[in-house]
Design a protein around this ligand. Structure first.
Ligand SMILES: Nc1ncnc2c1ncn2[C@@H]1O[C@H](COP(=O)(O)OP(=O)(O)OP(=O)(O)O)[C@@H](O)[C@H]1O
Ligand SMILES: [Mg+2]
Length: 207
């Protein structure tokens, strides 16, 4: 069956860890699945990712940033997400359109209706069946991250990241049936267990 699952949350919240654990669990059960990520996931997308994260010029205007994320997304949907859903796979994405509402909308302060309108054009309204929000206090997430190189987003202020966190929580409140909100300060195993319980339900219902 096809199932589209996305992982969202702030910096260092465990998205990559948990999306990989889920992917490996499905693969272990020989359920056809793919794991992808945003921005990136295609060759065009990884170039855009490089610009978005590492370009020295800090002054990419928010609207340009919004369009670049959605260019990467549009390519990913066309090349990877839709074809794999069509061939009945479980598609797992480490970040997706909700990240843009949280970062460019709540974080950068772009008009939310504009962000949603551009997202809708890029996604052609393709929505995840399930979105896992790994919610963590901003400082706890940053403490977990290693390395001394900081990308354009990691260099942002505490207040920016707090707005992003609040944005994610608001989105989850608005659509509770799609979102699974998890306290991401819990252990990796505990979080993986909560996620698996929900995914297993989705797989059983869809069968
Ligand atoms: N539940 C957890 N408890 C403790 N450490 C964790 C937990 N989950 C992930 N980590 C560790 O925290 C760090 C960040 O995790 P991860 O890369 O999965 O987060 P992320 O949300 O993908 O971060 P980014 O925002 O950089 O993409 C890693 O070193 C990871 O091993
Ligand atoms: Mg990650």
């Amino acid at each position: 069956m096809s199932l589209f699952i996305t992982f969202e949350g702030g910096e260092g919240s465990g998205k990559s860890t948990q999306s990989r654990i889920l992917y490996e669990k499905l693969a272990g059960l020989t359920l056809p699945a793919i794991l992808t990520h945003e921005p990136g996931g295609t060759s065009l997308g990884s170039q855009l990712k490089n610009w978005l994260k590492w370009i020295d010029d800090k002054d990419i205007p928010p609207l340009t940033e919004l369009l670049l994320f959605n260019a990467s997304r549009s390519q990913l949907i066309t090349e990877v997400i839709r074809p794999n859903l069509k061939s009945h796979k479980v598609v797992i994405s480490d970040r997706y359109a909700d990240s843009t509402i949280a970062y460019q909308g709540y974080g950068r302060g772009l008009d939310l209706a504009t962000v949603k309108a551009v997202n809708d054009i890029a996604t052609q309204r393709l929505k995840p069946d399930l979105t896992v929000l790994l919610d963590i206090p901003v400082n706890d997430g940053f403490t977990r991250k290693k390395g001394d190189k900081h990308d354009r987003f990691e260099q942002e202020t505490l207040a920016f990241h707090q707005r992003v966190r609040k944005g994610f929580l608001k989105l989850a409140q608005q659509e509770p049936s799609r979102w699974l909100v998890i306290d991401a300060t819990q252990s990796k195993d505990k979080i993986a267990q909560i996620i698996w319980q929900r995914v297993n339900q989705c797989l059983t219902i869809g069968r």
